[in-house]
Design a protein around this ligand. Sequence first.
Ligand code: F6R
Length: 577
Amino acid sequence: MCGITGYLGYKQAAPILLEGLKKLEYRGYDSAGIATLENHQINIKKGVGAISKIDAKLQFSKLHGTIGIGHTRWATHGKVNQINAHPHLTQSKNLIIVHNGIIENFEELKNKLNSVNLISDTDSEIALYYFENKLNKGLTIKEAIKEFLKEVKGTLAILFLNTQTNEIYAIKRDSPLALGIGTNEIFLGSDIYAFSKFTHKAIFFEDNEFAIISNKGFRFYNQNGLEIIKKITKFNWVKEEKKNKNFEHYMLKEIYEEPKCIERLSISLNSDQKNKIQNLKNLILNSKKILFVAAGTSYHASLYATYLLTRLGFDARAIIASEFSNIGLVDKETLIIAVSQSGETMDVLDAIKPVKNSCYSLVSIVNVPHSSIERLCFLNINILAGQEIAVASTKTYSNELYLFLKLSQELGMKINLEKIFDNVKELIENNSSQIKKVAQLLKNKKDIYIIGKGSGYAVAREISLKLKEVSYIHAEGMMSGELKHGTLALIENKTPVIILISEKHDPILSNLKEVESRNAQAILISPYYGDFKIPEGKETFALYASILGFLLTYEIAKLKNLPIDKPRNLAKVVTVK
Ligand code: F6R
């Protein structure tokens, strides 16, 4: 994954780059570094750990110079250590690189660079020398980048800093990259958050495009080295307040924001995004089949959408993006709906790019405006949850669910959404002591089973993901009907089973009996049974039950003293295959 930043202007670069890296830390947080240039003097600092920790130790702002590049890493090649942290510098000291992505043919490139002494284990350092080699052969910058793009395989958002000419070369393929335009200053970042504090004007790189940035300004080129004129986008971002002392973690803050976020989306779906929801409704009515494409939590939200649409009589399926090419059959009458918080998930992009022209229409549902997935689609609905910092998706998932509820209502389902914001608010406030009690019961468990039926199945999958991701407990979310086909063998005395019961006479009650007869520790999430307080309503149950699940996983993780906002080995945006 990783996040990259760049700056060229008249101010000190390091504080600007640092600010950008903090915003991009959700993309990776195992190590970070910054390189600046002052009168050809190179300054580099890098270290292991979270950016604020590294900064406290190394003091990035002491790096002088008005041009520089920065990086926050999520390791793909090479261990997490100071040597593998970016930026990397060539031995000639002429070129520095920061890279987000994976160079797939790094072995082949390495073999071509016979006499180079590599310091790190990263694929990025090989790309750096490979590019320098091109320049050493006397090629112009444009020629060198053109050849580089032809020969290098894999995904890349790269910034090369030329220490001799004071230029930055920015190259993009598959990994996201944006250029921010200020007055006499230019910013670069993996996304617009990286520089949204400094400018609201951006240009988005498309695949195989590159830019040369110098103190004369910037120029964009296509992969053939021909200059291109790019559109400047003015962007607005829904600003969220900083985490305050009421919330120890962003995850909790973001769960508490849910009523406000759902309300914001609701207003927008009745005003500025009204036409869009009508267009989506018409696309659904006119297509033969609807395929949702998503990963992780967004996939679980999509499962819920298929439940709602199937009840309305539509042929809808949700497919995990990384398997789309194997099990997603697309024809001219298929409507594809890509669902993604970040709008950058590589598996989703890989799934939709090849079928873009062979389906009825391609629609995106994303949280981050102007993201790569949004730019690929014909119709885009923004879920307007505001920036989500915690790695675990909570408020964005709830907004995705709300959007599907609203869409189903538009398509004729009878759902009462009027009191939903108040209900969510009360749900969060009224269940805190019960959540704490259940968290105590579960905190030392090794395995937890969650069973659901209908819309409860999507919730079971989602809660199990959060238990693994945030609370580090092995959890399995499954269809309640499947329990007796094998998994029941694992249920013994005090095995915890969370049961999602949406209706008073829910058929899942017989599964409850089955686990109770095996002395399982049954925890009921239901408006009718157990000790949680949940508003009634079969269709909205999924939203309420998931929020309780989020709060429960949060409390367990807190009791276990885990790094809730940044679980080990993960990153917020998954831009690798
Ligand atoms: C889990 C979580 C991930 C993401 C997944 C897809 O809490 O956040 O499972 O849902 O990586 O991300 P997006 O929605 O950005 O495509």
